[in-house]
Write a protein that binds this ligand. Structure first.
Ligand code: GLA
Length: 738
């Protein structure tokens, strides 16, 4: 094609590079995302492209086809006709814009995204492009940040209406990337309630594919995440490009393979039922997306995201602190408890060595089941036999911290709050609003509703000695409408809801920094980077079955750090699937994440309780490694029947390795489990044996034969010698000198 590139503009992390091309025409393209190369001029990436037929000319030039180029942030139809990154409806009803480069600047300071989650770090480089549409005067600011030590980038976009009329933003995505190939497989995280974050990998085909949410939350069935890998990519090698949206509401995550085998990757607020009226001089800020590339496979992708989430996104003062081992009463009692029963459980919790007791649903209003009282965040004094403060004091006197469950975004019809404010429910006038789990959603787009929740919860947290809060959300949003939004702003509802939620979370988490917040949405129905900005841990799934959890936790750990994943040991037969697994296996699997118990300790045999106490004591010794260690998913012989992971501490001298075999099999010969990324010449102690890193990586650990189904094995490794090779050489040198 007849294209002239004026400049190549680079953004670097320690090992990665993101390069843009500024065309003479003012269009901005991508040249490269991958390992750092240090080359400066990459103009040939587009200059050498051969022209395809039957595409619109650009700027009246037959030899300039915009639709073929890897465009940085394209609008619609001028003349690229693939899925746009942004769409506006202008005062005259037209939808076409033409944004071209005005300037760019580098800074080392990042502005917080107002009202939204955002990442930050000490060593960053921010690159902001200013683009302008000459006809309207409107501007787009594309902001990219490189997190030097993390090899991660973020992108967010600002739209400035500098025209004299209002416009409607119909779509404005956070992340957009064009690749000049379709030889990729796409990975998404899918599932349902109780089956969250199952990893789903398939080849790209021509057309649009991906996942999205229209549920008002990121949802159980899909996560705001996409990864693109080459067919040969594995956990340990191969190319990966991955992106995740730091947002908790409706999202779109899509890949479009066009007519010429190019792939367009997009992540952002779902354009479905979204439209934002932007008046003159008003500005719209998109949420932020994080993205990276690696040539070292999926483990490397996960480890990069884990460090990034932990160190650049999560702000809580609890982020780096050992997380308490908790006992939660939900699966032990459900709604059927009183003070005596809870105290009996708490005493058992103390005996096994737990540190935090969490009082789950059912402590407030007149809540005896799920039909009432959401909204009434004051104690059911009959049930608690006195005030909440007295109740908490009793728990504290046992030597335990205290945690409380709340579900602030919801309202029961049978509640005092509903009697007072029936109009606060999300509903469409003249239509009966739908209930899910007997409950309505509060209209968080309204400032007075946000203020009410901030005031009520602030009072609850300020006047009680609370160490931990589980912030739940047990239904998705239907009947999308707010009586306080004008007709032409109703499609702003879903995003405004999330902004309202973020304001409430911001106020409460910033004021009550001592409280460890764990979010939850019927399990992992809102497990996303948006929530992690406010709450450093999230309940991974309501399915607590150990076997099911292996798959759920494996998928979740694809991007989210294990310490953010709430994982508890529950009773057998398991309440969700009826399966019986051993206490050992349940414990190994729950200890992959943020560990606790969720079972009736009064109904556990003396021997099991003894074992639990030992497991808790052992966990305390290994906690730093298990919660904050680097994690690898280990390749296994038979993926369909096995799973294994390895965790290593920061000093790289301690490891825990876990292998789970689901079904026992007759007459099998044991296979070996090969470890990853050890120091080849170091010597590691495993029980009474010693092995070199090389041996452990090349030959591996012998997996014991499974003697029953759901068979778990754990190895603890300690590095005892740094460099075996040197010792051998020393010995040899000494001997030959003798
Ligand atoms: C949701 C949560 C559970 C529990 C119940 C209480 O389902 O995910 O852990 O808190 O609500 O109603």
């Amino acid at each position: 094609m007849n294209i002239t590139v004026n400049e190549t503009i680079h953004l670097y992390t320690t090992h990665s590079q993101l390069s843009f091309l500024l065309l003479e025409s003012g269009h901005l393209c991508f040249a490269y995302l991958g390992n750092r190369m240090e080359s400066s001029d990459l103009g040939y990436v587009v200059e050498e492209l051969q022209r395809a037929s039957y595409l619109a000319d650009t700027d009246g030039r037959k030899d300039f086809k915009l639709e073929q180029l890897p465009l940085a942030y394209p609008g619609y139809g001028n003349p690229d006709m693939r899925s746009p990154a942004h769409q506006e409806i202008y005062a005259d009803g037209s939808m076409v814009s033409d944004f071209r480069y005005v300037s760019h600047e580098y800074t080392t300071k990042k502005q917080p995204l107002k009202g939204l989650p955002y990442a930050t770090a000490e060593m960053i480089t921010c690159l902001t492009f200013k683009l302008r549409d000459e006809v309207t005067g409107n501007e787009l600011h594309l902001s990219y940040t490189a997190y030097e030590a993390y090899d991660v980038f973020t992108q967010s976009v600002v739209f400035k209406n500098l025209s004299k009329t209002s416009i409607r933003l119909e779509e404005i995505l956070s992340f957009h990337f064009d690749l000049l190939s379709d030889k990729f497989e796409m990975i998404t995280l899918n599932g349902a309630w109780g089956r969250e974050n199952n990893s789903n990998r398939r080849p790209l085909v021509q057309g649009t594919q991906g996942c999205d949410s229209k549920r008002g939350a990121s949802g159980h069935g899909q996560n705001p995440f996409l990864a693109f890998v080459t067919p040969e990519t594995t956990e340990t090698s191969g190319q990966v490009i991955a992106a995740t949206l730091l947002y908790s509401g409706n999202f779109k995550a899509a890949a479009e393979v066009d007519m010429h085998q190019n792939t367009r990757i997009q992540l952002g607020i779902n354009p479905f039922n979204f439209s934002w009226k932007l008046g003159p001089n008003e500005v719209f800020q998109t949420p932020e997306a994080a993205f990276l590339s690696t040539e070292h496979g999926l483990n490397d992708m996960s480890q990069k995201f884990h460090r990034f989430f932990q160190e650049c996104l999560i702000r809580s003062i609890h982020r780096d602190k050992a997380r308490p081992i908790l006992v939660n009463n939900w699966e032990a009692t459900y709604f059927d408890f009183d003070k005596e029963k809870i105290y009996m459980l708490a005493r058992e919790a103390k005996k096994i060595g737990a540190e935090l007791f969490v009082l789950d649903d059912g402590w407030f209003g007149r809540r005896e089941d799920d039909t009432s009282s959401l909204g009434d965040w004051f104690a059911n004094e009959e049930k608690l036999k006195g005030s909440l403060a007295e109740f908490i004091e009793g728990i504290r006197e046992m030597g335990l911290q205290f945690g409380l469950w709340i579900e602030p975004e919801m309202l029961s019809e049978n509640s005092r709050l509903f009697e007072k404010h029936p109009d606060w429910v999300v509903k469409i006038p003249h239509r009966t609003p739908q209930k899910i789990r007997h409950q309505y959603v509060l209209d968080l787009t309204r400032k007075e509703v946000q203020d009410h929740l901030i005031q009520v919860l602030d009072a609850l947290f300020s006047t009680h000695s609370i160490d931990y809060v589980k912030w739940d959300m047990n239904r998705n949003l239907t009947d999308i409408y707010s009586s306080t939004l004008s007709e032409d702003r109703q499609q702003e509802f879903s995003h405004r809801y999330i902004l309202g939620l973020y304001r409430i979370l911001e106020e409460l988490t910033q004021k009550h920094t001592n409280i460890l917040f764990e979010s939850c949405a019927g399990g992992g129905g809102r497990f996303d980077g948006g929530m992690l900005f406010y709450t450093p841990q999230i309940w991974t799934s309501d399915d607590t079955d150990a076997v099911e959890r292996v798959r759920i936790q494996k998928g979740t750990s694809l991007i989210y750090p294990p310490v953010t994943m709430g994982c508890h040991v529950s009773a057998v037969p398991n309440h969700q699937v009826g399966r019986t697994t051993s206490l050992e296996t349940r414990t190994l699997i729950a200890q992959q994440g943020n560990f606790g118990y969720e079972l009736d300790l009064l109904n556990v045999s003396a021997e099991e309780k003894e074992l639990i106490a030992q497991q808790v004591a052992c966990y305390k010794e290994e906690r730093q490694l298990l919660q904050f260690g680097k994690q690898w998913r280990l390749p296994v012989y038979d993926e369909s029947n096995e799973s294994a992971w390895q965790k290593m501490n920061e000093a790289k001298d301690e490891l825990v390795v876990v292998h789970i075999q689901f079904m026992a099999k007759a007459n099998t010969v044991s296979k070996r489990l090969r470890l990853l990324d050890l120091e080849p010449d170091a010597v590691y102690q495993i029980g009474k044996e010693q092995r070199t890193g090389n041996e452990l990586m090349k030959i591996g650990l012998m997996i014991p034969r499974a003697t029953n189904d759901y068979f778990g094995t754990k190895w603890k490794l300690r590095k005892v010698v740094d460099n075996h090779a040197n010792i051998k050489i020393d010995q040899y040198a000494r001997r030959s000198g003798d």
